[in-house]
Design a binder for this molecule. Structure first.
Ligand SMILES: [Zn+2]
Length: 404
């Protein structure tokens, strides 16, 4: 089975006909169709499929448990109106690489696994990499059980509706103990490779990142009768904070984004009583991230004071930096160099299942060039020839890691 054939099968699943974006949220009908595709593909390749207690999918070439397995894969879920490549590229490439190794007559000395982790984007239940976090114990079953989607549906009920029993969610030490290395192939979510003229990159590490909620509380009033001087408009310090975050991020060599904002009461002719806004901040190291967030906080407090508005700040999540296993990282680079594939080291500001798994097992990542650099959008793209190079790179890596 070629990459193009596998890609074409998965492409229509969960795509919105109006936006062209994907809405593959965990435990929905689109998710079930992705899972069915995974099982069908694995079966066609002669792999044994399994769904673990946390809902992550596995396809095995050889029996896991004895020799330390080599696992590759990514995720099939999407953000709202996400692109086709973020996640599925890694899963489709994994199957295509296995198919290539099979037709090359390769005989692995250790098991090879293909994984698809559930709820990587956190689009339904709000916690990114939920499947790999549960597997590794990075989130407790109790905390996961308390998660609800936007309609108030609990994770356990969503899983039950999809025919899965959620009573066993949580760390799976036996499964982890059988894995010697995890390599995730992913579309690059930036333009570093395009700028370097390279098709494939090896991940250097993942920037620390986090999410903070700012609550600006003012006073609702009439937009047509309240003099400017008499207003306590929370929208104004919010706006100043957005601009301050941008300036600070530029100064720090970091990234800061306000992309989600809720204004109450939300009437076009009323001054808001309250504005809630979420800061997503990412930086090359923790000290820079702390500096960036403290600068944004200071700016928010100063702007709120000027407008008679109260501001409170809540840290919702912070993920420390991930350094991928150096031995594995260097081995990936060496294997690709030997295969004639130039693969520079690139850092990333995005979180991934490989980053979660890296806390427990040697993990690494390969990136495939994304010429536009756009991600989490239908405009996300990779050329077919680059995807095929990705498959060749992954096949070379699997052959090396599973050879002895
Ligand atoms: Zn992804």
């Amino acid at each position: 089975m070629t990459f193009a054939e596998l890609w074409a099968e998965l492409l229509p699943v969960g795509r919105d006909e109006f936006t062209g974006g994907y809405r593959r949220y965990s435990w929905t009908t689109a998710d079930a169709a992705c899972r069915a595709w995974f099982a069908r593909t694995a079966t066609q390749l002669g792999l044994r499929t399994d769904c673990d207690r946390n809902g992550n999918l596995w396809a095995w070439w050889g029996r896991p448990g004895g020799m330390q397995a080599v696992v590759t894969g990514s995720h099939l879920d999407s953000v709202p109106d996400g692109g086709a490549y973020d996640g599925p590229l890694g899963v489709v490439s994994a199957f295509a690489a296995v198919s290539q190794l099979r037709s090359d007559g390769f005989r692995p000395a250790r098991p090879i696994g293909v994984a698809a982790f559930t709820e990587e984007e956190g689009a339904r239940f709000g916690v990114a990499c939920l499947g790999s976090r549960l597997l590794t114990g990075a989130i407790t079953p109790e905390a996961a059980s308390a998660l609800r989607d936007g309609d108030g549906v609990a994770l356990a009920d969503a899983m039950a509706a999809a025919g899965r029993d959620a009573s066993g969610i949580g760390p799976d030490e036996d499964l982890l103990a059988g894995i010697g290395a995890f390599v995730e192939l992913h579309i690059e979510q930036g333009k570093a490779l395009a700028d370097l003229g390279a098709v494939i990159g090896v991940a250097d590490g993942i920037w620390p990142h986090g999410r903070w909620r700012f609550d600006f509380a003012g006073r609702a009033d009439h937009a047509g009768t309240t003099r400017l001087a008499d207003r306590q408009d929370p929208m104004l310090p919010y706006a100043a904070t957005v601009l301050a975050a941008r300036t600070s991020a530029e100064r720090c060599g970091a990234l800061a984004t306000f992309a989600k904002v809720v204004a109450e009461p939300g009437a076009a002719n009323a001054i808001s009583s309250r504005v809630q806004a979420w800061l997503d901040a990412r930086a090359p190291d923790e000290a820079t991230l702390d500096l960036l967030v403290s600068q944004v906080s200071t700016a928010a407090a100063a702007a709120a004071g000027q407008h008679g508005v109260a501001v409170r700040q809540h840290r919702e999540s912070v993920t420390p930096p991930v350094s991928f296993d150096r031995g594995l990282r260097d081995r990936l680079a060496a294997v690709l160099a030997a295969a004639g594939i130039a693969a520079p080291l690139v850092p990333t500001g995005a979180g991934h299942d490989a980053g979660v798994l890296a806390a427990r097992i040697p993990a690494g990542m390969l990136f495939v060039r994304n010429p536009s650099g756009v991600s989490h959008s239908p405009a996300e793209h990779a050329e077919m020839a680059d995807c095929e190079t990705g498959v060749a790179a992954l096949a070379a890596v699997l052959a090396d890691l599973a050879a002895q």
